[in-house]
Design a protein around this ligand. Sequence first.
Ligand SMILES: [Zn+2]
Ligand SMILES: [Zn+2]
Ligand SMILES: [Zn+2]
Length: 327
Amino acid sequence: MICYKYFYLTLVLLLFSSCEQKKSSEAVIGKNTTDEKNISAPSIVILGTAQDAGSPQIGCNKSCCSHLFNNANIKRHVVSLGVLDTENNKTYLFEATPDIGAQIEILTHLKGDKSNTLVDGIFITHAHIGHYTGLMFLGKEATNTDKIPTYTMPRIKSFFENNGPWSQLVKNKNIILHTIENETPVQLSNTLEVTPFLVPHRDEFSETVGYKIKGPNKTALFIPDIDKWKKWDEDIIEEIKKVDYAFLDATFYDGDEINNRDMSQIPHPFVIESLKKFEKLSFQERNKIIFIHFNHTNPLLNPESMESNSVLEKGFRIARKLDKFKL
Ligand SMILES: [Zn+2]
Ligand SMILES: [Zn+2]
Ligand SMILES: [Zn+2]
């Protein structure tokens, strides 16, 4: 009899503790970094999800932004991924956004060790404002960094070398530019490898790349900006099959956001177009897709929106700041 009582008591306690764990892991999303525990395995962490101009966006008085300007609880950052190489105690930043200060702080906090409060390398996809202008905070007016390895494709490298204020960062060795080449892997450690690949996009000042980030066990695809999928030489469906995670351009949800202008003329894959394209994938394959790079008008920025629920119901995922993915 005593034995049965003990058994039931243990069962109840176990159920209760697993509920508590679930609650706390859900509660973490969107919380302050000071509440976050250190990360103990090589991982990608989402440091920002918004399109270049951020959310709220300058001058926007529509319902997407007007309530956000004075709401300190919602701190949305521009698109960026952090990579924690826990085996070598290093961190890497994908994109140097205008929110770079807060984003590097998150990475350092998750690493736990504060001996280096900056990062060990920066990868940039292209020269549009949300993706590279954060580099300005590495110069003399700010932290005056010492030789941060910055991995650049040939055109963006020449853009940095020949145009102020970026050329000053190069001259003062705040950053050291490492040339990278299309589809040529950069070995960051025995178990961490990054490969850039060219994608079609508005290339005024630089080429545009996506990255493949290969860790000890898993591989991720990162394509924050691309023209329509059909304009790319590669088949996105096949590329998704080769990886474990695919962080993909979701700038606009549908035509409503751009006052019903002709969607075929907007150079991004709309989320509804991507959903249609990816619907033939199995549930397991769809679950690899994590939408990111949301325009301020995109309803996916709001976790409570009908559109967010509908995307999740179909088996896709939506990037949220501080989400983590083991590599
Ligand atoms: Zn962008
Ligand atoms: Zn807005
Ligand atoms: Zn762009």
